[in-house]
Design a protein around this ligand. Sequence first.
Ligand SMILES: C[S@@+](CC[C@H](N)C(=O)[O-])C[C@H]1O[C@@H](n2cnc3c(N)ncnc32)[C@H](O)[C@@H]1O
Length: 253
Amino acid sequence: MTETATGTDWQSWQESWDRQQEWYMPDREERFRVMLDMVEAVVGPEPRVLDLACGTGSITDRLLKRFPNATSTGVDLDPALLAIARGTFEGDDRVTFVTADLKDPDWTERLPHTSYDAVLTATALHWLHSEPLAALYGQLGGLVRDGGVFMNADHMIDTGTPRINAAERAHRHAAMDRAKAAGALDWAEWWAVAAKDPVLAAPTAERFKIYGEHADGDMPSVDWHARTLVASGFGEARAVWASPSDSLVLAVK
Ligand SMILES: C[S@@+](CC[C@H](N)C(=O)[O-])C[C@H]1O[C@@H](n2cnc3c(N)ncnc32)[C@H](O)[C@@H]1O
C-alpha cells in the first residue's frame, strides 16, 4: 500500500477493499445504487442514516457522494476496518463511527441518535445466526422512525431450489476462479496484506482475536427476512433487487 506524506493512504485501502469485495460480488455497486435509489424514493435526499456493520464505510461513502446533505453513523466491531473508515472520513462532521457488537443487547445505547430515517446494511448480517438476527431486527424496529426504511443487501438462500442454487454457485465460482487467476485478492489474502501494514497490523491482530477469519452465521431466505421484519414492527417488506445469489430487502416502518 502507498503512504502519503501525511500518513496512510486510506483511499488505496478503500479501493483494495472494494476490489476484494467485488471478487465475491461483481454487482456490488449496482446494489448500492438501488439501495440509494430507494432511500431517495422513501425518505428523500437528506436522510440521517445508520450504516450497520459498516466495515470501511462503503455505504456511507456512496451515500455522501450522492446526497451531500445526508449524515451517517457507521457501526461495526472490527478495529481494522473501523481504522480505515475513521481515517477516510476524518474531519467530515457528517460522519460518526461507533464500535459495538450487534449481538450486544445494549449496542443501540452507544449511538449518537435514538432514531434514524434509514438503516442500511450490506454483506454483513449473514455473520449472525437467525436467532440473534431476529433479535437485532426487533431492535431496528425501535430505531427506524415511522415512515423510515431498513435495507439489507446480502446472500439470501431459498432452500426450496437446490438445483438452481448448485448451478448458480458453480457458475459464480468458475468466474471467481478466472478472476483469481488474473490476480484478484480473496478475503484471506487481503487480510494477510493488512497484517503486514505498519498502521493496520495491530488492529488486524485484534480483529482476528475477535472473529477468527470471520463469524459463522445463517443465510435465511428473502421470505424469512421480510416476515421477521414485519414481526419486528415494520409495516411492509419485500425484495427490491435480486441477483441469482443475493437480494436487497427493503422494509418500511
Ligand atoms: C463483509 S464486511 C461488509 C462491510 C460493508 N458493509 C461493505 O459492504 O463493505 C462484514 C462486516 O460486518 C461486521 N460485523 C459482523 N458481525 C458483526 C457484529 N456482531 N457486530 C458488529 N459488526 C459486525 C464485520 O466486522 C464486517 O465489517
